[in-house]
Design a protein around this ligand. Structure first.
Ligand code: SF4
Length: 251
């Protein structure tokens, strides 16, 4: 995902910023962050995890060096009413901030459909958000017992599993997806991971090849050359497990 600066969106006043959603970036128009929807993407600041392949490491700190004012983001979205289908909240981890609950409702009241990208780090907040969400895309980092190898955070698989179950039980349209870098998640483990997700009830799944753009870890950028996901293995062992399945190539 790309983050495009909106030069006309300076930070609001300190009074405005208090309690407001902290935003680190805004993409005015995206056709890919919610497939089939014309969407703006709001990149929420802050993430509790430290994935080696993170494409937006500048969004990990809880406060942005050059933040967007939430009121200016809202003003921008008001000008896009009738021109966009949806707004996707991405990150960072959108559910990290309590302000996401009000922000999401504000955007919904403008008439936009609401998409949410999450890694599932905060299941209780996710549960509060899901009734106001139209589509959710959740990252599955690895098998839930092996999360720390990717996220760098002990026990991060437990909230991810809880969030997976919440999404499946909610009835909200969803996609689960796994970004694959062979140094962090060997492709040979993918069939077992896919089977475990299918057993939980996942019906829509995607694999995404690691892309070097934006990744700050030089050793990960140079250690693989896509394509590295094996078509025969994927189609034979994984695709039949799901109602919909796709592989997103790095290029
Ligand atoms: S969960 Fe997402 S935003 Fe957070 S570190 Fe991992 S890839 Fe980056």
């Amino acid at each position: 995902m790309s983050v495009v600066s909106l030069k006309s969106a300076p930070p609001g006043s300190s009074a405005e910023r208090a309690g407001a959603l902290r935003v680190g970036g805004l993409t005015p128009l995206s056709l890919s962050d919610w497939p089939g929807q014309l969407a703006a993407v709001v990149f929420c600041q802050g993430c509790p995890w430290r994935c080696g392949y993170c494409h937006n490491p500048h969004l990990i700190p809880p406060r942005a060096a050059d933040p967007f004012g939430w009121h200016e983001v809202l003003a921008f979205l008001e000008r896009r009413r009738g021109l966009l289908d949806a707004v996707v909240f991405s990150g960072g981890e959108p559910t990290l901030q309590s302000a996401i609950v009000r922000a999401l409702k504000q955007v919904r009241s403008l008439g936009f459909r609401i998409g949410l990208h999450t890694a599932g780090a905060y299941p209780r907040r996710l549960a509060a958000l899901l009734p106001a969400v139209d589509w959710v895309a959740m990252d599955i980092k690895a098998s839930f017992a092996d999360y720390a190898a990717t996220t760098g955070v002990t026990d991060s698989g437990a909230p991810a599993l809880a969030s997976t179950r919440l999404i499946l039980d909610s009835g909200v349209a969803y996609e689960f997806r796994t970004t694959v870098h062979p140094d962090l998640l060997p492709p040979a483990r993918l069939p077992a991971l896919a089977r475990s997700l299918a057993q939980l009830g996942v019906r829509h799944y995607a694999l995404q090849e690691f892309r070097s753009r934006g990744c700050a870890r030089h050793e990960l950028n140079v250690s693989v050359t896509p394509p590295f996901l094996n078509d025969a293995t994927l189609s034979g062992a994984i695709a039949p497990l799901f109602d919909s399945f796709c592989v997103r190539r790095a290029q």
